[in-house]
Design a protein around this ligand. Structure first.
Ligand code: A3P
Length: 288
């Protein structure tokens, strides 16, 4: 398989060479967004796929035909990936674009455009756990080692895609510069219906109650995990090994409690407090 052991350095972070090249990253940075574009921005493992599915269904008024026949990476391709240029549909109408890149690389271009940005944040303890399992399955990511080794790297920001703290702070600092909607994974979990309605209002897409019913049904974890267009089982095992872990793994809030020791949790809290001091973001760690 292509470039599985290659690492690309860009904007101070490391990215897997299987998905990125210097050319694709440059292309992303110079990309011209336009009015009508809807850009999903996340740190990995924060609910990106979930939002891609929700968006698809909002724009199809709850009709699952596209969601069940076109892979999510074609519906809302990653701006920085090598295949982006050839995948993005360029006809009229909203273009859905996904990205994990940090704010300093994209904010200038986004500010010039009238694109709408959706930023999803997930509590970083669950992100660390989810990312750890993703490293186990994704053959294009380095060996994650033990959970405690991975957690240390995650807290130091030395994992691929960079520091969670910097990503979130960077995109939160764009609050007044962009047409940006912030939502948390935990909000979506707690009340998907309310989250969909808020999104519809941000996007200017009025929705009938029956349409929201369909979106809610289709975007349930149990339904999405069976949808081959989003559960990544279409990707060959040599790239994503579903025997190591599933992409749709657990889909819960608070799985970190099954993984972090009391000591790791204390260290995490200390680092979080220190790094997020100036960021007025409300993180939900548990739902009970
Ligand atoms: P877990 O590994 O904790 O299960 P991303 O799409 O950004 O890579 O995020 C993947 C995470 O989102 C995985 O978390 C996955 O299970 C979860 N996820 C995907 N769809 C979901 C849904 N409909 N409901 C809840 N969680 C979902």
């Amino acid at each position: 398989m292509d470039r599985m052991d290659v690492t690309e350095e860009f904007a101070g972070i490391q990215l897997p060479g299987h998905l990125h090249t210097q050319q694709s990253l440059q292309y992303a940075q110079e990309f011209q967004f336009r009015e009508g574009d809807v850009v999903i921005v996340t740190y990995p493992k924060s609910g990106t796929t979930w939002m891609q599915e929700i968006l698809t269904l909002i724009y199809s008024q709850g009709d699952p035909t596209i969601a069940t026949s076109v892979p999510n990476w074609v519906r809302a391709p990653w701006l920085e990936h090598t295949y982006f240029k050839d995948t993005l549909k360029n006809e009229e109408g909203p273009r859905f674009i996904t990205t994990h890149l940090p704010s300093d690389t994209l904010a200038p271009a986004l500010q010039k455009s009238k694109a709408k940005v959706i930023y999803i944040v997930r509590n970083p303890k669950d992100v660390a756990v989810s990312f750890y399992y993703f490293h186990k399955m994704a053959r294009f990511l380095p060996d994650s080692g033990s959970f405690s080794e991975f957690l240390e790297l995650f807290l130091e920001g030395k994992v691929y895609y960079g520091s969670w703290f910097d990503h979130v702070k960077g995109w939160y600092s764009q609050k007044n510069n962009l047409d940006i909607f912030y939502i948390t994974y935990e909000d979506m979990h707690k009340d998907l219906r309310r989250s969909v309605k808020k999104l519809c209002s941000f996007l200017g897409c009025p929705m009938y109650s029956e349409e929201v019913d369909k979106i809610e049904e289709h975007c349930k974890f149990a339904v999405m995990s069976q949808n081959v267009m989003v559960n990544y089982t279409l990707i060959p095992q040599e790239i994503l090994d579903h025997e190591q872990s599933k992409f749709m793994r657990k889909g819960v809030v608070g799985d970190w409690k099954n993984h972090l020791t009391d000591e790791q949790n204390e260290t995490f809290d200390k680092i979080y407090k220190d790094k997020m001091l100036a960021c007025d973001i409300d993180i939900v760690w548990n739902l009970d």
